[in-house]
Write a protein that binds this ligand. Structure first.
Ligand SMILES: *Cc1c(COP(=O)(O)O)cnc(C)c1O
Length: 432
């Protein structure tokens, strides 16, 4: 049956009951890939279907039992947060109505809402316009594309701490591979950036990272801008952009308003279901302009129908702005800021626990919500094995990071309701 508020209500009850019935109290299914693969013993393309309720019930149970639970305290490997209930519910509405963000006649108010939301998010980052993206990967590609359209064949320059999607974006756009700038304490070295730029004979795009994936370190954005006044500056704030909601923490991103483009992911730190990426800029987005007679014929645009194609590299798109809009209207900037501050405070308190632990060492005080640590005196192989053991037996999902050639363990703390106490037992397990 087609999706409507009535037909979905019935099935949502089936799905939610199945979820509640299956809910395991652990962060990850035990047994590793072999056990999970063995559990999926069902024909996914039967000649005759088993019916809506039966299929939804069965596969929902399998998915719950075989998934990691990002809301579990000990599921803390990645920038993979638990969505807020209000955001997940809003996303269900988006799935039912299914507005497609490629022409106004498929998304009348969704396109207005997206324009208003992206403007509000752009202002938060000190910019004039923003577009929705599938995440940091697409935002970084788009930032580089805008720079190339503005300046021609550009040389990308980024820290050794930068996300892999930047090198891939350069490759995808047929541009030279990024020049890598050395880091100190996980942050781009501005003196080395200056030296790198001094040797260049073509326009450059400097990628600063505000919240590295490995440690949450924030590059000195204002100093980078000062060292590269002629460059296009793209700030990859996929992780750290969330601090803009907090008056207290926003200064961590000082200088972001002077960048040319800024990537923020609200599915990283922002409690949105994937995808919720944003690229903010004060530069023209005309590089995205494209004409398709069936979607945005010139006479329609002249007659006042908004042109949606120029907002994305994609054509059909989900209205990801809707769940974000509902969330921000519900919590407000202060409410979001308080959640961000809480996660960062918990990370600070967990770092205290690590520092006080006789058998653990802390890499550095967390700048955002990532705590990087390792057992004292362990070999890299032993550190890596601890993470695999906890994953395999279903106890915990820890992240890992290679920093200065050594393997470290990582807790990426994104749960709004977390307390530091919840991590004491996990630290003991790692240390034992
Ligand atoms: C996760 C991440 C990305 C990629 O974002 P996606 O949303 O996964 O595409 C880019 N940059 C940084 C710093 C990230 O942490």
């Amino acid at each position: 049956m087609l999706a409507s508020s009535a037909s979905v209500r019935d099935l949502v009850t089936v799905a939610l009951d199945a979820m509640a019935g299956a809910a395991p109290d652990r962060p990850v299914p035990p047994g590793g890939p072999a056990a999970v693969a063995a559990a999926l013993d069902v024909d996914l393309l039967p000649d005759t279907g088993i019916g809506e309720k039966a299929a939804l019930d069965q596969l929902t149970r399998l998915l719950v039992l075989g998934s990691v639970d990002p809301a579990h305290p000990w599921c803390a490997a990645h920038l993979h947060g638990p969505p807020l209930a209000v955001s997940a519910a809003a996303d269900l509405v988006a799935s039912i109505l299914n507005p497609s963000m490629d022409s106004w006649d498929q998304a009348p108010i969704a396109s207005e809402l997206e324009a208003a939301l992206t403007t509000a998010l752009a202002r938060l980052a000190g910019h004039t316009a923003a577009v929705m993206t599938s995440g940091g990967t697409e935002s970084n590609l788009l930032g580089l594309l805008l720079a190339r359209e503005a300046h021609g064949t550009v040389q990308a320059v980024c820290g050794r701490n930068a996300h892999h999607s930047i090198a891939r974006a350069a490759w995808l756009l047929g541009l030279p591979a990024p020049l890598l700038v050395d880091c100190a304490d996980g942050r781009m070295r501005v003196d080395h950036l200056r030296a790198t730029l001094a040797g260049l004979d073509r326009p450059s795009v400097v990628f600063a990272t505000a919240g590295t994936t490995d440690t949450g370190a924030i590059d000195p954005i204002a100093d980078i801008r000062a060292a590269a006044p002629e460059s296009w500056l793209h700030v990859d704030a996929a992780y750290g952009g969330a601090v803009l909601f907090s008056d207290r923490l926003a200064p961590l991103l000082d200088g972001v308003a002077d960048a040319d483009s800024v990537a923020v992911d609200l599915h990283k730190f922002g409690w949105q279901p994937i995808a919720a990426g944003v690229l903010a800029t004060s530069r023209p987005l005309t590089a995205l302009d494209v004409r398709a007679d069936y979607l945005n014929p010139e006479d329609d645009t002249d007659a006042g129908l908004p042109d949606l194609l120029g907002r994305s590299l994609r054509t059909s798109r989900r209205p990801d702005a809707f769940k974000i809009a509902v969330t921000l209207r519900a919590l407000g900037r202060r409410g979001m800021g308080a959640l961000v501050e809480h996660c960062c405070a918990v990370a600070g308190a967990v770092a205290d626990l690590v520092e006080r632990h006789p058998r653990l060492e802390l890499l550095a005080r967390p700048e955002l919500s990532t705590v990087v640590f390792r057992p004292v005196g362990a070999t890299d192989d032993a550190v890596a094995a601890v993470r695999r053991r906890l994953l395999e037996d279903g106890t915990a999902v820890l992240g890992r990071a290679t920093v200065d050639g050594r393997v470290w363990l990582k807790l990426t703390l994104l749960r709004p309701a977390a307390t530091a106490d919840e991590y004491a037992g996990l630290l003991d397990l790692v240390a034992s």
